[in-house]
Write a protein that binds this ligand. Structure first.
Ligand code: UDP
Length: 323
């Protein structure tokens, strides 16, 4: 298939592009490189540097590529930042996304795969979380992704656009080639690994008074190669709807730090900080629907293995990508 990948220079997008090309697809990456890195784009892909400020740019790029499918990873994705700059999230994730949807319809794209998030649920009434739980986001990031999900649903009903929206839990780990490098890093695992890399004296724990066994937030970490595999399965004709992607295991911030200590063989001191606004206490997926409907089988469900691949990548790329 011809596949158009927005955000293909970003963390999850880069690994997905690699897997797509390995599977024989022809890929065009569209990325404005504000978050992504040029050197994270597989050299076998066509690269188009986008400029979201330029009107009509995305429509022209989609029309020129003439894709069978669009995989839409490009987004701003930081809970904390969205609580101080909501406009950035609604502009880039919703308004810009709408332009892409219009372009998809105009170019008669057959399949649209969207990176959504467990942050669309807000604090859940029960865990593990199934797709039918009410969606009540508590930060603009989750709200912006929910708004896009709703637009997708209408485009499906009105224009017949077939879509799969994946609600990712916490993406982590690396492929041997591509890993996690955010210019401003706010994610737990890469920040904790800065200590054994010798780039930080200590890591930080945001909130120790949550209603969880050790008082720190619980998340469901999922390997990005497993996320990428789910996208391959979603491209099959007839696959349609909303799917959670997680492993069904919750790990607290303290447990993640302990795992990083075991994998790196290094003591990692942690300082306790106040809660980060917008963080729900516990998010754990049920991915049963993806397992049943898509035949998805995670290869790296264990946190140890996820952290081991992240640690291997960071050791090889201690300062991340060169650009
Ligand atoms: N967190 C932390 N210290 C850090 C980074 C994150 O304690 O340096 C916590 C954060 O408050 C959240 C969890 O770790 O409870 C996962 O955060 P991350 O930013 O990795 O992912 P999110 O769940 O926000 O998508």
């Amino acid at each position: 298939m011809k596949v158009f990948v927005t955000g293909g220079a970003g963390y999850i997008g880069s690994v997905c592009v690699e897997e797509l090309i390995n599977a024989g697809h022809a890929v065009t990456v569209y990325d404005n490189l504000t978050e992504g890195h040029r050197s994270a784009v597989d050299e076998r892909a066509v690269f188009v540097q986008g400029d979201s400020g330029k009107e009509g740019g995305i429509a022209r790029a989609v029309a020129a590529a003439g894709p069978d499918a669009i995989l839409h990873f490009a987004a701003n994705a930081l809970v904390g930042e969205s609580m101080t700059n909501p406009g950035k999230y609604f502009r880039n994730n919703v308004a810009w996304g709408l332009e892409l949807l219009e372009a998809a319809v105009a170019a008669k794209v057959r399949k649209f795969v969207f990176s959504s998030t467990c942050a669309t649920y807000g604090p859940p009434d029960r865990v593990p979380m199934t797709e039918d739980l009410p969606q009540r986001p508590i930060n603009p990031y989750g709200e912006s992704k929910l708004m896009f999900e709703k637009m997708l649903n209408w485009y499906h009903q009105i224009h017949g656009l077939e879509f799969v929206a994946f609600r990712y839990f916490n993406a982590a780990g690396a492929s041997p080639r591509f890993g996690e490098h955010h210019r401003i890093e706010s994610h737990l695992i890469p920040n904790v690994l800065k200590v054994p890399l010798g780039q930080a004296q200590q890591c930080e724990i945001f909130g120790t008074d949550y209603p969880t066994p050790d008082g720190t937030c619980i998340r469901d970490y999922i390997h990005i190669v497993d996320l990428a595999q789910a996208h391959m399965l979603a491209m099959a004709p007839g696959k349609q709807g909303f799917y959670n992607l997680g492993n069904g295991d919750g790990y607290s911030v303290r447990q993640v730090i302990e795992t990083c200590e075991r994998i790196s063989g290094c003591k990692i001191p942690a300082v306790e900080k106040p809660r980060r606004p917008g963080d729900p206490p516990k998010l754990v997926a049920s991915a049963q629907r993806a397992i049943t409907d898509l035949g998805w089988r995670p290869q790296y469900p264990k946190l140890e293995d996820i952290v081991a691949t992240a640690w291997a990548w960071h050791q090889k790329h201690p300062t991340g990508y060169p650009d």
